[in-house]
Design a protein. Sequence first.
Length: 341
Amino acid sequence: MKIFSKKYIKYFVILLFVLSVLPISAQRLISPKPFIIEGFTQGTYYRVTYYAFDSVVKKVEVEKFLADFLLTASLWEPNSIISQINDNKDVALNDNFIKIFNLAQKVSGMSDGAFDITAGNLINLWGFGNKKDEQPSQHAIDSLKNYVGYKNVELRNGKIYKKYPEISLNFNAIAKGYSVDLLSDLLKYKGLNSFLVDIGGEIRASGKKPDGKLWAIGIEEPAEDKNAERDVQNIVVFTDKSVATSGTYRRYYLKDGIRYSHTIDPKTGYPVAHTLLSVTVIADDCGTADAVATAFMVMGREKALEFLKIHPEFEAYFIYSGEDGSYKIQHTRGFEKYLVK
């Protein structure tokens, strides 16, 4: 048997150490790169940005994920669960429908009905759903108001029960935010920690960029015309939070010189008429942020500020119209830390 000298054994150990360290050192020199997946869903755009060493999530996977969600919550899909419920059909509910319904009912209770998924028929009546823009009659409004009220619908034993068959559910004011949360959960399941999911302006961010910077998004400045170019009024930097914005200054129609908002007050049956133009809400999850932002647009700025005193878990940024027609800004104290100085 040949015996190696201590000298050769020493060199051999050093060589093994170098070979084992080189791959680790090389990995540290390589920074994760950004991957972007974008397309269209729910009548708007979606954009997923994540950092990784390799493509972990494919576009076809995201598209399939979003298409499945449409079969749960989209009014434009005649065979979706929500469409079948509105048609008073006996349909089995899936987990996503149950979760989004329970979340919607929770926000309705918190906001005293300012957010209400049973206002679907009123939204259609005013032309913001499937119908043509036209101002409805008082009689038509009063008739449909009888079937509006989140307490008139409930979930029992895995089924939806409506007090009146005429009740029509509408998830549009919460669906984008909720689907942002679903996509975020998918990315986390894939092992990703640094990403931003944006569906039509409803956004959720996780982690930081490889250079240590936070994610940054813009708060849009109000525009007199809904087709005007988009200008950024302020920049929000954040991570591990969700941001949702609701506003009236782009989605509206003009009738006899009057601007009618797309936001319907479930209690009056009419579009809201106050000086609040938009509100941006920061919350832990995007579904809640989306629904609360809509509730604030129904409440108006003063009532929303009172709500925030009771619910400090939310931060909000308001843009409203002053008496001279100029744009005014007000935000919660906690929102300050998210703004670029």
